[in-house]
Design a protein around this ligand. Structure first.
Ligand code: MTE
Length: 332
């Protein structure tokens, strides 16, 4: 079995894009790309910098759900959409924004299958209309030690689960994401087993915080953030929040998950944010907030002030009861 040690898991190996101020490397790369397409010039320069704010993608109307409002400063759109993990498009933080243009988020279907009374393949446009869209500002804490604050748009996964009527034998939910070599250049790398797979216990999946997510910052999801539909699970490390989902499967046994298969001693099934349980190769006690220092992205990942990581990423009041009686050191 391949045990990956990708760059983002190694504290000693930092990509050039992580130390060059992002305005510099982004504008340079974008201008090179546009230049190759014969489009460089003053217009191209304006376009390259215009990506720093929403406004490029379709609007996704939603009602703010203030029950989930947090006062933390929001991470700038530019950082949210250019500092990403989406290994299907490469392992560098800048790869998804650069390469995910090949992803086609339409047409798109999501098969809901397994131990349910009403299995169904949903067209994405039907899934979008299934329940009222809410905007929720959530913290997202990556296992690597950085975090962001993002206004997501979606509705609770429970809305979908209720409609398909799980059978009593359904104990877990598995999320399977797109794996299409034609659209995803990173699939050739073999760094993980594809398709990317994640899972939750049924009570976790039903929890109102678990958001089936279609947008951010008022618009549909950019490709690099998991278009057209992904999960967001704010009390768990970011890798639990599977992007570009094509199957939601109800099963009786704990499903295999890509990161657990790759390195079982490093990435457990639960992966609840826990400052008291270190990753075998680094501490989880603190984090750096992306966008908190000028230069953004990788610059922030290195130089933003450290802040204390909170148990369950600050959502303990809502979710700690799910894990009563469970040894969270063993079930990391
Ligand atoms: N989903 C898929 N399909 N492939 C991935 O590589 N990376 C995960 C998660 N979902 C990943 C994925 C990780 S490690 C993180 S931290 C979050 O996506 C990052 O989400 P963001 O780029 O929107 O911040």
């Amino acid at each position: 079995m391949l045990i990956p040690s990708p760059k983002w898991l190694r504290g000693d190996d930092i990509a050039a894009s992580d130390i060059t101020p992002r305005e510099t490397y982004l504008s340079r790369r974008q201008l090179l790309a546009l230049g190759a397409a014969g489009l460089a010039g003053p217009w191209a320069a304006r376009q390259a910098f215009a990506q720093g704010a929403p406004g490029k993608l379709a609007k996704l109307p939603a009602t703010a759900n203030n029950a989930y409002l947090i006062t933390d400063k929001r991470t700038p759109y530019q950082d949210v959409t250019t500092y990403n993990n989406f290994y299907e498009f490469g392992t560098d933080k800048s790869d998804p924004a650069r390469n995910a243009g090949t992803l086609r988020p339409r047409p798109w279907q999501v098969a809901v299958e397994g131990l349910v009374k009403q299995p169904k393949t949903y067209d994405i446009d039907e899934l979008l209309k299934l329940a009222p869209m809410e905007e929720r500002v959530y913290r997202l804490r990556c296992v690597e030690g950085w975090s962001m604050v993002i206004p997501w748009i979606g509705y609770p996964l429970a809305e979908l689960i209720r409609r398909v009527e799980p059978l009593p034998g359904a104990k877990f939910v598995q999320f399977i994401t797109l794996a299409d070599k034609k659209q995803m250049p990173g699939l050739g790398s073999g760094v993980l087993e594809w398709p990317y797979s994640e899972g939750l216990r049924m009570d976790e999946a039903m929890h109102p915080l678990a958001l089936l997510t279609f947008g951010l910052y008022g618009e549909v999801l950019p490709n690099q953030n998991g278009a057209p539909v992904r999960m967001v699970l704010p009390w768990k490390y970011g890798f639990k929040s599977a992007k570009s989902i094509v199957k939601i499967r109800f099963v009786d046994k704990q499903p295999p998950t890509s990161w657990n298969i790759a390195a079982p001693n490093e990435y457990g099934f639960y992966s609840n944010v826990n400052p008291d349980v270190d990753h075998p190769r680094w501490s989880q006690a603190t984090e750096r907030r992306i966008g908190e220092v000028k230069g953004g992205g990788g610059f922030s990942a290195l130089f933003a002030p450290k802040r204390k990581t909170l148990p369950f990423n600050g959502y303990g009041a809502q979710v700690a009861s799910l894990y009563q009686g469970l040894d969270l050191r063993k079930n990391f």
